[in-house]
Write a protein that binds this ligand. Structure first.
Ligand SMILES: [Fe+2]
Ligand SMILES: [Fe+2]
Length: 307
């Protein structure tokens, strides 16, 4: 049952906006929709919803500014038969489970869950349990109060969560971009440029996180434990890191322009779809990662060095 056909977001207390919208979204059953009304484009919500609930909704601008934005959010009706391919296309977390297990859900993969489970030596229920766990992880994500964290702890968090993510997911995306460019590049030339740009982008990013892990974060930890350092030294390193963040953001914008905001052609195969979803997920994670550095870790480290 839909609780409210239209939700006027401007009338909700700021800290309750996103939880309220999520509550409405969770109350939808497949095939139902609700609208949100806002006085600015709520695009960040789209990414948050995609990140926390997966690719299980459609986002449609009924009104697109300049004063009001009205978005219809729909949970599409269930497909008749849940094949591995359709499950992967709807929820990127489940696609990750298939990938980890070595289940092929790409072009031509029309297997049922039972067939897929058997192909990797599991029974259907075991596979369903793994998929359900992936879904729970997404729903169980909690908001951290990063601003109150000790800087050494925050550095470790960025290293263990975001840098690890870059190192693990970067090569997967590079490989996928090559595969999709090889299969579909003759018809969609932009995929060739995307794959080439992706290799350069990731190479820069691997170097960037290496510098932070090996040079900058140890210095920040030294400061936290009372060490004295030249403020100019840490300021210069941070300025370089911030410039590189800016470059990364520009490159991501270029990828979006190349792919027209990751618009998929009609009948795009699962690899094509998966690649675009993975890049969007990566972009989302990188934005949060850079936010924690630019807006929390770096300014506090500079202030600490000047004490
Ligand atoms: Fe970083
Ligand atoms: Fe960084």
């Amino acid at each position: 049952m839909i609780k409210t056909a239209q939700l006027n977001v401007t009338q909700i207390e700021p800290r309750l906006k996103h939880p309220t919208i999520f509550e409405h979204f969770d109350a939808l059953v497949q095939g139902e929709a609700f609208e949100i009304l806002n006085d600015h484009d709520p695009k960040p919500l789209y990414y948050q919803l995609l990140g926390e609930r997966g690719n299980i909704f459609t986002w449609e601008y009924v009104e697109n500014g300049p004063e009001w934005w009205r978005i219809r959010i729909t949970k599409p009706a269930a497909v008749q038969e849940d094949t591995v391919g359709s499950i992967a296309a709807k929820d990127i977390r489940k696609a990750d489970v298939f990938k980890k297990l070595g289940i092929d859900f790409c072009c031509g993969g029309k297997k049922s869950l039972q067939e897929a489970a058997e192909s990797v030596g599991l029974n259907e229920q075991e596979l369903k349990d793994q998929l359900a766990r992936a879904e729970q992880q997404a729903h169980g994500s909690i908001a951290h109060d990063f601003d109150s964290w000790d800087l050494a702890f925050l550095s470790d968090y960025i290293h263990n969560v975001h840098h690890k993510y870059v190192r693990e997911q970067g090569p997967i995306i590079e490989q996928l971009a090559d595969k999709v460019a090889m299969r579909h590049g003759s018809e969609h030339r932009e995929l060739l440029a995307l794959a080439e740009g992706m290799h350069a982008f990731m190479a820069d990013l691997y170097n960037h996180v290496k510098t932070e892990d090996e040079k900058l974060f140890p210095v920040i930890k030294q400061l936290v434990s009372g060490g004295q350092l030249q403020p100019s030294h840490i300021k210069e390193t941070i300025a370089t890191m911030e410039e590189e963040h800016e470059d990364a953001g520009n490159e991501l914008r270029q990828f979006r322009a190349l792919t027209r905001d990751y618009k998929l052609p009609a009948n795009a195969c699962n690899s094509y779809t998966y690649l675009f979803e993975k890049i969007k997920e990566f972009e989302n994670d990188l934005f949060q990662h850079i936010h924690l550095e630019n807006n929390v870790l770096f300014p506090k480290a500079i202030a600490l060095s000047q004490n």
